[in-house]
Design a protein around this ligand. Structure first.
Ligand SMILES: NC(=O)c1ccc[n+]([C@@H]2O[C@H](COP(=O)([O-])OP(=O)(O)OC[C@H]3O[C@@H](n4cnc5c(N)ncnc54)[C@H](O)[C@@H]3O)[C@@H](O)[C@H]2O)c1
Length: 347
């Protein structure tokens, strides 16, 4: 008796051969049919014409059934703001790995150059570091000029520059008493200048680059804008009112602009990452001295069904999907990449 496991091992090979036979048979039948047609039409080189036409048909067939790739991204130019940061660098690497020419933009030009050099080394793709301040139109126009000269017209924009500030963050989650120190640690103790800065960086810092860089997309009549939002855009997180309000506005702008630019074939979408242990939120999630999770860090892990923080590479799939023509009928959506955090009510 042949054991059942042997049949299970053989099954994939059997199906592979079955499909191959079907393809060969189709090819031969096509050729015979086209040979007859070319003879009837008194065409020269009947056999060669029939073989050529059969190959075209076969490629079409295979193309139709297997055309799931990110090949359309090869050679396209992407500008990514905040590309020198932790998530921006990871997203830049991912796009370069798919053959995209990446312009890594950052206020910190050394960080941007370092990321671009690493990309060129790892992927062999063209990548440049460019100094750009997302809050200054003149700086963005200058950056665009450099990108156009060195890489070409921009067809993908990732708005990744953003972040929070400790002085726009309350010390307490709830105001529970009227003492001077309690008020200082609450909403009433927030530094309005810091609040404005956080709002500007995340909201204006998305609006201005979009205004400047999508001009290329208008000319090309094709483009994809991907904004980096946050979990705090859906339901505000405690302690970070400026960041929450700004990211919520980013979602609103994403939807508004997706409608406004739809007829120009420019798609506007966003990714809302869950929680990632990076420089800007480390002070909230881990204890500086011990490195242990803070109460807030633990709360997040407990509220994340997958029970962990994200890794920047977890964002790559959503990024490639939104950048590529695979999602050509998708605009105005915000994709949470969060280990289930947004879907979980906590009960
Ligand atoms: N880290 C997380 O858990 C998390 C979660 C959700 C969303 N996000 C969002 O992801 C994005 C990237 O976050 P990150 O954790 O990689 O942060 P990061 O601080 O590592 O990177 C931000 C980058 O933006 C640059 N930048 C700051 N101001 C700028 C300006 N005016 N012009 C141009 N560049 C400027 C910084 O130099 C830095 O390189 C941000 O929009 C952030 O809000 C992060």
């Amino acid at each position: 008796m042949i054991p059942v496991e042997c049949y299970i091992d053989i099954l994939p090979v059997f199906f592979y051969n079955l499909v191959s036979c079907f393809i060969y048979l189709t090819f031969i039948l096509d050729m015979l049919l086209l040979y007859q047609i070319s003879r009837k039409l008194s065409m020269k080189n009947n056999f060669r014409s029939a073989a050529k036409a059969s190959i075209v048909l076969l490629c079409r067939f295979l193309g139709d059934t297997m055309n799931v790739s990110f090949d359309d991204l090869k050679g396209k130019v992407c500008a990514i703001t905040g590309g020198g940061g932790i998530i921006g660098a990871s997203l830049s690497q991912a796009l370069a790995g798919l053959g995209v020419k990446v312009a890594v933009l950052d206020l910190n030009v050394e960080a941007a150059n370092k990321v671009a050099e690493q990309i060129a080394k790892d992927t062999g793709s063209e990548a440049i570091g460019v100094e750009a301040n997302v809050l200054q139109e003149a700086s963005l126009l200058e950056a665009k000029k450099t990108i156009n000269e060195k890489l070409g017209k921009i067809e993908i924009l990732v708005n990744c520059a953003g972040g929070n500030h400790p002085r726009a963050t309350t010390q307490s989650e709830f105001l529970t008493e009227l003492s001077e120190s309690a008020l200082k640690d609450s909403f009433y103790g927030l530094d309005v200048t810091a609040f404005q800065k956080v709002f500007d960086l995340n909201f204006l810092g998305t609006l201005l680059p979009t205004m400047v860089f999508t001009k290329d997309m208008l000319e090309l009549k094709h483009g994809s804008v991907i904004n980096i939002s946050s979990m705090s855009s859906y339901k505000p997180l405690t302690k970070v009112p400026a960041y929450s309000a700004a990211k919520s506005s980013v979602n609103n702008l994403t939807e508004w602009l997706s409608t406004h630019l739809a007829k120009m074939n420019i798609r506007v979408n966003a990714i809302a990452p869950g929680f990632f242990l990076t420089a800007q939120n480390k002070f909230l999630l881990t204890d500086e001295k011990t490195g242990d999770l803070t109460q807030r860090g633990n709360k997040i892990i407990n509220r994340t069904p997958m029970g962990k923080f994200g890794d920047p590479a977890d964002l790559n799939g959503a990024l490639a999907y939104l950048a590529s023509d695979i999602s050509s009928f998708v605009t105005g959506i915000i994709i949470p990449v969060d280990g289930g955090y947004n879907a979980y009510s906590g009960v």
